[in-house]
Ligand binder design. Structure first.
Ligand SMILES: C[S@@+](CC[C@H](N)C(=O)[O-])C[C@H]1O[C@@H](n2cnc3c(N)ncnc32)[C@H](O)[C@@H]1O
Ligand SMILES: *[C@@H]1O[C@H](CO)[C@@H](O)[C@H](O)[C@H]1NC(C)=O
Ligand SMILES: *[C@@H]1O[C@H](CO)[C@@H](O)[C@H](O)[C@H]1NC(C)=O
Length: 290
């Protein structure tokens, strides 16, 4: 059947339908019935919620847990994490495992803006006992912060959150980490860098996604005097990370993060500041809420 046939068939069928209607009902009555049918169809489709409801009453995207557990003392933060996550055994014990030892660099501490003055400024200002870092990679900023806290004579634990996966395809390009059966060894290289920096007593990591790790800290009552956000930089990731990180910020603490220049990060920071009444201060490449 070609297109012309179809075009002709349609009106023919329609006229047969109307003719049949005309034999059973009078013309005005047929119009009334048609009108009622149209009305019913319209009503049915309108009352179908999935087709017509607006999204103005959907608030879930902006709802994050309100209350975290009562705070554990700063002196218990490390013990709490080793007990909750590592079955009471320090992950630094007998590191590195035999299979990984020959594959690790003695030190490979690449980072981005990891030693910028903002770290010194905020550590001097806040004198933190607990720092939470969301996005650690090889530990460049974390080990830098350990040096700063030691210089000030502070007894500080740094909780490093990272899934230690980096980015898909990153290792092909960089060729700096050696993959073992699909595992990039990023966690072990980070740990090796911490060992090299003599910082194992000051750093404990949560090798999980940012959301689950921050949820854990919230449930256990682990709060940071300083909380730094430097994980994924698209808007949605930054928005969720900043909201979850804020939950574990100690009252009077400071929330800050890297890469204000990224539009996703900047948008998330601006919306968050508006919602919570914060001012934004820029220090180098970093944003600070106060
Ligand atoms: C820019 S790097 C962090 C650099 C580090 N702060 C420094 O200055 O050396 C970002 C890190 O965030 C981690 N990351 C990204 N999205 C994550 C997520 N949803 N959960 C956990 N880690 C994530 C990546 O694995 C990567 O190591
Ligand atoms: C946790 O530690 C206990 C005692 O040290 C040990 O018996 C148990 O096997 C450990 N569990 C895991 C999952 O490693
Ligand atoms: C390593 O750090 C410890 C504190 O954890 C300190 O007592 C020691 O002097 C440091 N050693 C070196 C070689 O820096």
């Amino acid at each position: 059947m070609n297109l012309d046939d179809r075009d002709q068939q349609h009106p023919r069928r329609k006229s047969q339908f109307i003719k049949r209607m005309e034999t059973t009902v009078s013309k005005p009555r047929a119009y009334v019935i048609l009108l009622i049918l149209v009305f019913i169809l319209g009503y049915l489709s309108h009352s179908h919620p999935l087709l017509s409801q607006t999204a103005s009453d959907v608030y879930e995207h902006n709802s994050f847990p309100n209350e975290c557990a009562a705070p554990v003392p700063a002196s218990d933060v490390r013990r709490t994490i080793i007990s909750r996550v590592f079955n009471n055994t320090s992950p630094w014990e007998s590191f590195p495992p035999t299979h990984a030892r020959p594959l690790l660099w003695q030190e490979w501490n690449k980072g981005w803006g990891s030693q910028m003055p903002v770290f010194e400024h905020l550590i001097e200002q806040v004198r933190p006992r607990t720092i939470i870092e969301v996005g650690t990679f090889l530990g460049a900023s974390a080990t830098h912060m350990v040096g700063l806290t030691r210089k000030l004579g502070l007894d500080t634990q740094i909780v490093c959150i990272d899934d230690f996966r980096g980015w898909p395809g990153y290792y092909d390009e960089e060729k700096s980490l050696k993959m073992v059966n699909g595992d990039s060894l990023l966690l072990y290289q980070f740990m090796q860098n911490v060992v090299r920096a003599n910082a194992t007593e000051s750093i404990i990591m949560l090798p999980f996604s940012a959301g689950t790790a921050l949820g854990g800290l919230c449930d256990w009552g682990v709060y940071g005097d300083l909380v730094e956000v430097d994980a994924a930089h698209d808007f949605h990731s930054a928005w969720v990370d900043i909201n979850n990180a804020f939950k574990v910020l100690k009252p009077g603490g400071v929330l800050f993060g890297h890469d204000y220049a990224w539009v996703g990060v900047r948008t998330a920071v601006h919306i968050f500041a508006r919602v919570h009444g914060f001012q934004i201060r820029i220090d180098g490449e970093h944003w600070i809420l106060y």
